[in-house]
Design a protein around this ligand. Structure first.
Ligand code: DX5
Ligand code: ZN
Length: 222
């Protein structure tokens, strides 16, 4: 299994955002997780295309863009144009999720579907064939620094089990409350793309990145 560490810049220091990104990329981060919040799908507002366009100038790292936005299909091409390499949209936020997924695919980037903690895996039934990744939210979206919701573990395990039974190599991303304490739980359950905000950027981001990369390398048997 391939493991990916995707630090979420929501927890970075925006005074020195370029520097923070550089330090996690140099320390081995596989991607940069970019949380876009619209103040509608989630209560808070974060940042959008201009910021992504600007940080794109400073790194070639994979941009894992997580849209917490109502009707995200309106903005797919804009996010691709400003530098997204993968776009994840919420099943709960789309009028026609299948169509939205297809338009991300047509735009030539990787496609993910995100599910809130309260959304059932059954809504993926007709979509698993057309996505690269499923993001299982392990907190309710909207803010960094929240506590991992324990019942997520069962959901991660159920999705990985289903993929094994169906012979699918799906990426399962987890996002929210992943820390030194909860990492093993999500890995044991079958997650392989790990988003971390506070656990990376609180304290020494480079040192934290190296610590988590080493943990993932051990899992991968490298
Ligand atoms: C929450 C965001 C997360 C957030 C995670 O809605 O989607 O990506 O940055 O932050 P931590 O790792 O601090 O829970
Ligand atoms: Zn996120």
């Amino acid at each position: 299994m391939n493991y990916t560490l995707s630090p979420s810049i929501l927890a970075a220091d925006f005074k020195h955002l370029g520097r923070d990104i550089e330090s996690v990329v140099e320390a081995g981060a596989d991607a940069i997780h970019i949380d876009v919040m619209d103040g509608n799908f989630v209560p808070s507002i974060s940042y959008g295309m201009p910021l992504i366009r600007s940080i794109r100038q400073g790194t070639n790292s994979f941009f894992d863009v997580h849209l917490m936005v109502t009707d995200p299909e309106r903005y797919i091409q804009d996010f691709v144009d400003c530098g997204a390499d993968g776009i994840t949209i919420h099943a709960e936020a789309c009028r026609d999720i299948e169509n939205a997924v297809k338009s991300i695919r047509r735009a030539g980037v990787r496609v993910g579907i995100a599910l809130n903690p309260g959304t059932s895996l059954s809504c993926l039934d007709y979509l698993l064939d057309i996505v690269d990744m499923v993001l299982l939210m392990t907190v309710n979206p909207g803010f960094g620094g929240q506590k991992y919701i324990e019942s997520s573990t069962r959901k991660i395990r159920a999705l990985r089990q289903r993929c094994i039974e169906e012979g699918r190599e799906l990426d399962i991303e987890v996002d929210g409350g992943i820390t030194r304490e909860t990492l093993d739980t999500v890995l044991d359950a079958g997650a392989n793309v790990i988003v971390m905000g506070s656990a990376i950027f609180r304290g020494d981001a480079a040192e934290n990145t190296r610590y988590f990369k080493e943990k993932l390398a051990k899992r991968a048997g490298v």
